[in-house]
Write a protein of this length. Structure first.
Length: 214
């Protein structure tokens, strides 16, 4: 459940009260955070009736609004960690496909928790030309509950200079590090193909809304 709660925090970190246009400068990670949230949650509001009738359509929302800004391949390789050195290339490729599908399902389920939370973004800070990783703090405000402080990590592609999200730290815990620990032991004992099959099964999990929130 802790992992799921971190996924909830991850997606909520994208939220914004203002929907931006259809384009954004991908060389500016601070602006991208607000852009992704604005489009995603404006769409959730507009399509709420249809989405509640067909919750699996949330996977389409994730594919179109979130995944273009997530470096799932880099994240998947980070999860594999040291195992990557001796892993079979074909098995790694299959794992990365399953990992991406798992993320889509996980994010889609998280979007059912949307309750129009407020987000406080950190003002843009200077980024060095040679800097490839930037951690952007955000604060989630949810009514009278204590604020949730996060650190969202972005990575710059050295060829295109464009940024994509790849990790998030909540409660001092990195999402990728926690998944690396969780799945690392399974890879060692059961093998990478077994973990890949597990992710494939998880990615097929139907999306559902909490009946109490309908």
């Amino acid at each position: 459940m802790k992992i799921i709660s971190r996924f909830i925090v991850l997606v909520l970190a994208f939220s914004s009260a203002i929907a931006w246009g259809n384009t954004i400068d991908k060389t500016k990670p601070y602006e991208m955070m607000e852009f992704v949230g604005g489009n995603t949650f404006a769409r959730l509001k507009a399509e709420q009736t249809q989405l509640r009738a067909s919750p699996d359509e949330l996977k389409v929302v994730v594919e179109e609004e979130l995944m273009p800004y997530v470096n799932d391949r880099y994240a998947g390789l980070k999860v594999l960690g040291n195992y990557l050195r001796k892993a079979d290339k074909a098995e790694v490729k299959e794992f990365l496909v399953a990992f991406r599908a798992y993320l889509v399902t996980a994010y889609a389920q998280v979007l059912t928790q949307y309750k129009d939370q407020d987000i406080q973004y950190t003002a843009p800070r200077p980024i060095r030309d040679d800097q490839r990783i930037v951690a952007i703090p955000v604060k989630i405000i949810d009514g009278n509950r204590p604020p949730i402080n996060l650190e969202f990590k972005w990575r710059k592609d050295k060829k295109t200079n464009q940024w994509q999200a790849f990790d998030m730290v909540a409660e001092g815990v990195s999402l990728l590090t926690s998944k690396q620990s969780e799945w690392g032991s399974q890879i060692r004992t059961e093998g990478l193909p077994a973990v890949t099959k597990k992710l494939q099964r998880l990615s097929q999990t139907p999306i559902h809304y909490d009946a109490a929130k309908k």
